[in-house]
Design a protein around this ligand. Structure first.
Ligand code: ADP
Ligand code: MG
Length: 320
């Protein structure tokens, strides 16, 4: 620029200096070069106007050149803004992939550890159960054994439920699930569980409904949700389970009149180990959400604290 004062095109090179900074994908460098370039141009122009006698094209039309310079800086800023947005997104995406990868390995590790822990637990539990029959131990020691077995059972349950989530998923078969039959068998199964606190399960079925899912997994989902409803119910209350078709969806509603949940509690559902029960594992709902997501179903909660909860399970309907 200084060597060839007559050549106007060298001025363009000056205008585009900040563009180089874009290549480094560094916003600080870009703003710094933009500012420095603007200052340098201002001083250069002042110098040219006051002292230098070259640069006829700048002297002829100073305002036009200044506008050109500003215009070029705006264009460069715009390009920078666009590329920066793109690159930020890509970086985020890349980080997410890495994070998912890391979670996957830790998940597999945790599953392996959980599996290894289960075996010694079973052995310990077996021996405790043996000692419970042993006449050499006094009754109050045996009371402790019961407590120990109980705790081991809880631990086992947590591990079993955890493994059913974290296990590198075996390919489960997609079958046609007959809602009527499944609901019948699940309510029969849970009937005796409900009787523990005098809770009845009422089943309302209108028509034959079918969905595409895995029978065992769908059963697991229903058991978890109906069990929660029974556990939330007060002594003597019923749990109402109904199923029906709603446009292209099969809707199963599980209604209880138990303790209910607040807005915040509903939001926490499905968080691993979130449980308000003294003996809860807090994995039930997480399993349910996983199964529902797998077969494109949804689970919605409507609840009022102290009045009860309505769980709506919605799955795409399948023809026979
Ligand atoms: P767990 O049953 O082992 O506690 P879940 O994941 O099945 O774990 O449930 C998590 C928590 O959600 C429960 O502890 C309970 O507080 C709450 N919950 C779930 N279903 C209901 C319901 N129908 N009524 C009231 N609270 C519920
Ligand atoms: Mg539960």
């Amino acid at each position: 620029f200084f060597l060839y004062p007559e050549t106007w095109s060298t001025f363009i090179f000056l205008c585009f200096i900040p563009a180089i900074a874009i290549l480094f994908f560094d916003s600080k460098l870009f703003y710094f070069s933009l500012l420095l370039n603007s200052l340098a141009i201002v001083f250069t122009f002042i110098y040219i106007m006051l002292f230098d006698h070259g640069y006829p094209y700048i002297k002829q039309d100073l305002i036009g050149n200044v506008i050109n310079f500003i215009g070029s800086q705006v264009i460069i800023s715009f390009i920078f803004y666009l590329t920066q947005g793109r690159i930020k997104k890509q970086q985020l995406y890349y980080e997410q992939i890495q994070q998912a990868e890391r979670l996957k390995t830790t998940g597999q590790l945790a599953a392996a550890v959980a599996h290894e822990i289960r075996n010694p637990l079973t052995v310990v539990k077996g021996f405790l159960q043996l000692y419970q029959q042993d006449a050499r131990f006094s009754e109050d020691i045996k009371g402790n054994f019961t407590l120990l077995v109980d705790e081991l059972n809880t631990a086992e349950q947590v591990i079993t439920q955890f493994l059913s989530i974290a296990k590198p998923s075996k390919e489960t078969e997609i079958e046609t699930v007959n809602i009527k039959i499944i609901l019948q068998s699940v309510t029969d199964l849970l009937h005796s569980y409900g009787l523990l606190y005098d809770n009845m399960i009422e089943l309302i079925l209108v028509e034959d409904c079918y969905i595409a899912a895995n029978n065992i997994e769908f059963k697991q989902l229903l058991i978890n949700i109906i069990k929660n409803a029974i556990e939330a119910s007060k002594i003597g209350d019923s749990v109402i389970v109904s199923a029906g078709r709603n446009k292209d969806f099969i809707e199963i509603k599980v209604v209880d009149f138990g303790q209910g949940m607040s807005e915040a509690e509903i939001k926490s559902l499905g968080t691993p180990f979130y449980s308000l029960k003294s003996k809860g594992t807090g994995l039930g709902m997480m399993i349910c959400y996983n199964i529902a997501a797998k077969y494109k179903g949804t689970i919605d909660f409507e609840s009022t604290k102290g009045e009860g909860t309505t769980v709506t399970i919605r799955f795409p309907s399948k023809n026979s």
